[in-house]
Design a protein around this ligand. Structure first.
Ligand code: XUL
Length: 540
């Protein structure tokens, strides 16, 4: 019997899943989660982010992630599992966020004192006490500068998988180097959240993997190495500060003495960590082309595996490296769970009364529509936040509930067209995938069968499967990804939500009206009132 641990450090929480593998017998032996705001209130975060006056800024305290990691390993040590059988650990983390370490870090990482709290020992390693995260949209100027210096957004996207995006690590690094040149100069290593946490486990600077590296606007997508024109355009001496990129599934080290002595854990292998979306791709079983997954979490994401890197000419989506060595297409929406919760809370609803509202209202919502931009939005780019309503009374509870759900699904269908996938099946994951009324709207909008999965946290599951795969392949065995995921990722057959043909036809009309409202709200299109009126009249 062998155990494999997957960790997921997300925006709002740290989760862990342990897989038990005994021949063909496979099961989840442990699942646990730590919510940052509730468990670690002394960091003062709200939804895992430090409050800021500027709506475009989003930073988190890296020491909070460190403290959560230590707490989780302690929980695991006390779980009663036979941890002598723990073979390998891997991890997933929110993408794009960066952690800045000074030159003392290399030595300090290797000499962590098992008698002392981890966060106290990591503090002196930081050259910047906060980490910009994926919700930050404050770097439009830097995006423009990097784009101009690399031959334009098309060239940047062809090489790195994405045009310049505000939250991507390169523009964030550039902003830091300009705003605080002395702290930037004192920075010896810039980690992603994933490679930072992996470094703490192995007691030395860990490499990052191509899945997370492709969220930086710095890595050449096909060679999986730094693309020097982008590196040079981003900040001085950056090449010396970046980690190495290691192939996915690489064993990057061994669980260090700190964890062995402090919690009695074994010298387990540590497999390269990745971003939460690449990990989710594995955790929802998309190790082959032709299906889509939708994750309804803090961010909503639409993604699928690609054999070839087909870059989005419209500049909306991203191509990342996939853990399988292939690629993945992804479109990300910032207004996921926080926008849904905002509407729920505004009308004093529970998730169950929220669902009742959805069931009470007709598809198409009588032509009442909402653009869910509570926070600055990533897709499409919206820097000035605010929910926009069309023909919708802000006080109408039922209408707003349906409008937020339909608005989000419309946006996802519209902005994933570039992937050019004929969608007949969607694997739904993330917290809100538990809500079957929301998923029924998804099925009707996409005209696809939507499945729920056995494991809610696909990112942590994908990381645990990466630990299993990396451990097997690192020991010289070959393991097909189909075999690695078997038994953990199959959708629940009885969970299938089928589209209704008539309702799908309504949404095929609505999507163009939605697109017109979006363009209007962005100041790029005509007043959509006549189209909304026509749509509403056709519904009657
Ligand atoms: C993906 C993105 C988000 C974060 C959330 O590009 O920005 O999905 O990874 O953790």
């Amino acid at each position: 019997m062998s155990l494999y641990l997957g960790l997921d450090s997300s925006t709002q929480s740290l989760s862990a899943i342990v897989l038990e593998v005994d021949g063909s017998h496979r099961r989840i032996a442990f699942e646990s989660s730590i919510a940052f705001d509730e468990t670690l209130p002394h960091y003062g975060t709200r939804h895992g982010v430090l409050p800021a006056d500027d709506a475009t800024s989003a930073v988190s305290p890296p020491l909070m992630w460190v403290e959560a990691l230590e707490l989780m390993m302690e929980r695991l040590a006390k779980s009663g599992l036979d941890l002598s059988q723990l073979r390998a650990i891997s991890g997933s983390a929110q993408q794009h966020g960066s952690v800045y370490l000074n030159a003392k870090a290399a030595a300090l990482l290797g000499t962590l004192d098992p008698g002392r709290r981890l966060a106290d020992q990591v503090n002196p390693m930081l050259s910047r006490d906060v980490a910009p995260i994926w919700m930050d949209s404050s770097t439009s100027i830097e995006c423009g500068e990097i784009e101009a210096a690399t031959g334009g957004n098309q060239a940047l996207a062809q090489r790195t998988g994405s045009r310049a995006f505000e939250r991507f690590t390169g523009p964030q690094i550039r902003k830091f180097s300009k705003r605080d040149p002395s702290a930037y100069a004192a920075t010896d290593r810039i980690h992603l959240v994933s490679s930072f946490l992996a470094s703490l486990l192995i007691g030395e600077h860990a490499p990052l993997d191509p899945g997370d590296g492709s969220g930086m606007n710095l890595m050449d997508l096909t060679s999986c190495d730094w693309w020097m024109p982008a590196v040079d355009a981003t900040a001085a001496d950056l090449a010396t500060k970046l980690p190495r990129v290691a192939r996915a599934s690489t064993i990057v080290g061994t669980l260090s003495r700190y964890w062995q002595v402090r919690f009695g854990l074994p010298p387990a292998q540590v497999v390269a960590w990745s971003g939460d979306n690449p990990c989710s791709l594995v955790g929802v079983g998309l190790v082959r082309e032709g299906r889509l997954a939708i994750s309804l979490g803090t961010s909503d994401t639409v993604f699928g595996l690609m054999r070839e890197p087909r870059v989005d000419a419209t500049g909306t989506g991203h191509v990342f490296g996939a853990p399988t060595g292939d690629y993945m297409g992804l479109t990300c929406f910032k207004n996921g769970s926080l926008a849904r919760e905002h509407i729920r809370d505004r009308f004093g609803l529970s998730w169950s009364t929220f669902s009742e509202s959805l069931r009470r209202t007709p598809a198409g919502n009588g032509g009442r529509l909402l653009l869910p931009w509570l926070e600055p939005e990533i897709t499409p780019t919206v820097l000035t936040p605010g929910i926009r309503r069309y023909d919708l009374d802000p006080g109408d509870a039922d209408g707003n509930v349906r409008a937020v759900v339909e608005g989000q699904q419309m946006a996802m269908a519209l902005h994933s067209r570039w992937m050019n996938v004929t969608v007949d099946t969607i694997h739904a994951t993330g917290g809100a995938a538990a809500n079957r009324d929301i998923l029924q709207v998804m099925a009707n909008v996409f005209g696809a069968v939507v499945y729920q999965l056995q494991v809610g946290n696909s990112a942590a599951l994908g990381a645990a499967i990466a630990a299993l795969h990396g451990s097997a392949t690192g020991e010289g065995d070959s393991m097909a990804w189909d075999d690695a995921v078997e038994g953990f990722v199959e959708p629940i057959a009885q969970s299938a939500l089928r589209p209704n043909a008539a309702t799908h036809a309504v949404y095929r009309e609505l999507i163009d009206v939605y697109a017109a409202c979006e363009l209007h709200a962005l100041g790029q299109g005509a007043d959509p009132s006549p189209r909304l009126a026509d749509f509403a009249a056709a519904l009657e």
